[in-house]
Design a protein around this ligand. Structure first.
Ligand code: ZN
Length: 230
């Protein structure tokens, strides 16, 4: 399952021009369109947070908020499909504004460039249940990514609890699967410790910091408006 693993995605996005290209597992990752390079570890760190932000901070939040709106409490749990790759790329752009301090006009321009390059992963687009072309939904998307990343207090406490339980549950089940897959023989104590560590990591992820977003979106193509003015 590709869930929460940027290495498992078929495509990558260029953080300078918004180009989308096949994931060839290279290091450093270089964009053939503009030449921008990024170390694989840094790309992975940013994309991992972007994927979690879409999956937990946007997709899960939406379904739980809907339940609260309809029934005023959460009675049903879900197992949502993997987040849309295109939305994860857009979330990385949103994070460059939220954490990296890049101006929102530039972030929105980057998101538009990513969406217009989305044909490269057309099979994935059907998964997106939102249309970021609609500026209202784009604003909600950016707000949800921000609140998941830095302002969790602004999320309804009942919804936040569900989201965090999902994250912890996923961490515990994926480490269990991994241990079985590796076929290692561990004592009960070692298994408990591995699960404990995975949950700790899920609660304290290695988040990207401001400096990680320096020089993002420097090679964005000119918009139609800009070309007309040139
Ligand atoms: Zn590029």
């Amino acid at each position: 399952m590709a869930k929460m693993n940027p290495n498992g995605l078929s495509h990558m996005v260029c953080f300078s021009c918004g180009n989308i290209f096949p994931n060839e597992q290279k290091n450093p990752i270089a964009c053939l369109s503009c030449g921008y390079e990024i170390k694989a570890e840094m790309y992975r760190k940013i994309m991992k947070h972007a994927m979690c932000a879409v999956y937990y901070g946007y997709d899960y939040r939406k379904v739980y908020e809907k339940q609260i709106a309809n029934n005023s409490l959460i009675t049903e749990r879900y197992a949502l499909v993997d987040p849309s790759t295109l939305l994860c790329f857009c979330a990385a752009a949103a994070l460059s504004g939220i954490i990296g301090g890049i101006a929102y006009d530039c972030v929105k321009k980057a998101i538009k460039a990513i969406i217009s390059n989305g044909n490269a992963i057309k099979q994935d687009i059907g998964q997106s249940r939102i249309y970021l072309f609609e500026s209202h939904e784009l604003n909600t998307f950016i707000r949800y990514i921000r609140q998941y990343s830095i302002d969790r207090d602004e999320i309804d406490s009942g919804v936040l609890k569900e989201i965090e339980d999902e994250e912890i549950g996923w961490a515990a089940s994926s480490i269990t699967t991994e241990l079985i897959f590796r076929g290692v023989t561990l004592t009960e104590e070692e298994i408990r410790e591995a699960i404990h560590d995975a949950i700790h990591d899920a609660k304290n992820p290695d988040r990207p910091i401001k400096d990680n977003f320096v020089r993002f979106w420097e090679s964005l193509p000119a918009t139609e408006e800009e070309s007309n003015n040139a």
